[in-house]
Write a protein that binds this ligand. Structure first.
Ligand code: GTP
Ligand code: MG
Length: 422
């Protein structure tokens, strides 16, 4: 039931800003008119029911969005890079492969998750015109797009989970109300893996999960429990199936309740319906009165059914559907189209820090690093502009205080400069 993939996604780089000048008749030296670069495309995951599993990602590993177009003459803005949308099945869990951090879950059809943001476009030389520099030969290069390695994992998602002791009749029930065909047998632990079935109610439907039976101590790892309690915890409603032909159904119910709440308090409080099953068996049928009394004290809807005989199973399916509708109203899930923004803005915190690194210095911090990477040091003019802006940010004086000397290497992200005492 668990499907996984490892992929690399790369957002588009921003386009470069242009250094350009107007050429007009009768105007010997036109002003700057170099346009800005467009922004790079984002990589977005989109939940789509038409996608079957994560198999498509087994072969293609790198997924890159378009880069932004460069700025043009006459102030022309570069084209923004198109977003890359990768379709994944609903139920996909997304983690940062390096840190293991959970980035998000694409639970429902249409949900979107931006996993890598495109770089900003570089600004053209129009932006660097000042009273003292009417013809700036300065522009920014586009910012690099984000790149990240992702682990995708598909988990089963169901609305209703069937819980109960082994042999209670859970598999028989799901086979009675859906097209699922799990193995059914008269011994415990017949079901070893969850099985999903779609239950139709008129034009509506919901997904039911048949789960391996739970036993006392399941929450501490007894039986098959612990692995599957995780799945149970993802369902919104439980149908608690109890074998009414057994000597002590009240005790059996208490055992399961206790396992659920010991695993997680939230699971103990999950809405629940109790299905007294096997009511066709004489030992159960003759105690119906007693069970109805018991049901009054259980504080949740109770139904009396025979899964094997298909008795009252339709009612059970309907009661479950109505409860689900109410739960959905109370806690609506994100709607299709809501984009869950998961990449936080690049780290803020202190504006920059300066550290010794090898034979030189490293300046860390979003503002100065992006500045140096984008504005660059190619020409004397852009270098002077970069230093001027670093000075305005306080980086130059901080470097002096730290003890930087003429000729030292100072690194900003991928760029390195030789310090000159100007
Ligand atoms: N008489 C009768 N027998 C039933 C009924 N429901 C299930 N059974 C029988 O009970 C036994 C266990 O049924 P399963 O559906 O496999 O039980 P389960 O809860 O899925 O069991 P595990 O997968 O081991 O947890 C089988 O022999 C079924 O035929 C019922 O309503 N009436
Ligand atoms: Mg079963």
């Amino acid at each position: 039931m668990i499907d996984a993939a490892h992929i690399q996604v790369r957002a588009g780089d921003g386009g470069h800003g242009l250094i350009g000048f107007r050429r007009e008749k009768f105007v010997p030296r036109g002003g700057p008119d170099g346009g800005d670069g467009g922004r790079g495309g984002n990589v977005i995951l989109v939940a789509n029911r038409g996608v079957n599993g994560l198999g498509q990602f087994r072969f293609k590993k790198l997924h890159a969005a378009e880069r932004g177009g460069n700025g043009g003459a006459d102030n022309k803005h570069g084209k923004n890079g198109g977003d890359l949308e990768l379709l994944v099945p609903p139920g996909t869990i997304v983690k940062n492969a390096e840190t293991g951090e959970l980035l998000g879950e694409l639970v429902e059809e249409g949900m979107r998750l931006r996993v890598a943001s495109g770089g900003k476009g570089g600004r053209g030389n129009v932006h660097f015109k000042t009273p003292s520099n009417q013809a700036p030969h300065i522009s920014e290069t586009g910012q690099g797009g984000e790149e990240v390695a992702l682990d995708l994992e598909l988990k089963l998602i169901s609305d209703v989970g069937l819980v109960g002791l082994p042999n209670a009749g859970k598999s028989t029930l799901i086979s009675a109300v859906s097209r699922a065909q799990p193995k059914i047998a008269d011994y415990p632990f017949t079901t070893l893996e969850p099985v999903l079935g779609v239950v139709e109610v008129g034009y509506d439907s919901y997904v039911m999960a048949d789960l391996p039976g739970l036993i006392e101590g399941a929450h501490t790892g007894h039986g098959l429990g612990i692995e599957f309690l995780r799945h149970v915890d993802r369902t919104r409603l439980l149908i608690h199936v109890v074998d009414a032909s057994q000597p002590d159904p009240a005790h059996d119910i208490a055992v399961i309740d206790n396992e659920l709440s010991s695993y997680a308090e939230s699971l103990g409080q999950r809405p629940q319906i109790i299905a007294f099953n096997k009511m066709d068996v004489p030992e159960a049928a003759e105690r119906e009165e007693e069970f109805r009394e018991l049901a009054k004290g259980l504080d949740r809807p109770c139904l009396f059914i025979s899964a094997a005989g298909r008795q009252n199973t339709k009612d059970l399916v309907k009661v479950a559907f109505e409860m689900l509708e109410r739960i959905r109203e109370e806690e609506p899930l994100p709607q299709p189209g809501d984009e869950v923004e998961i990449l936080r803005p690049r780290p803020r915190g202190p504006r920059f820090t300066i550290d010794h690194e090898g034979d030189g210095w490293r300046v860390t911090g979003d503002q100065p690093v992006v500045l140096v990477e984008m504005l660059g040091l190619q020409s004397d003019e852009s270098r002077a502009e970069t230093i001027r802006r670093l000075a305005r940010m306080g980086v130059v004086s901080a470097l002096r205080r730290a003890g930087v000397k003429e000729g030292d290497r100072v690194r900003f992200g991928k760029v390195e400069l030789r310090w000159e005492d100007e």
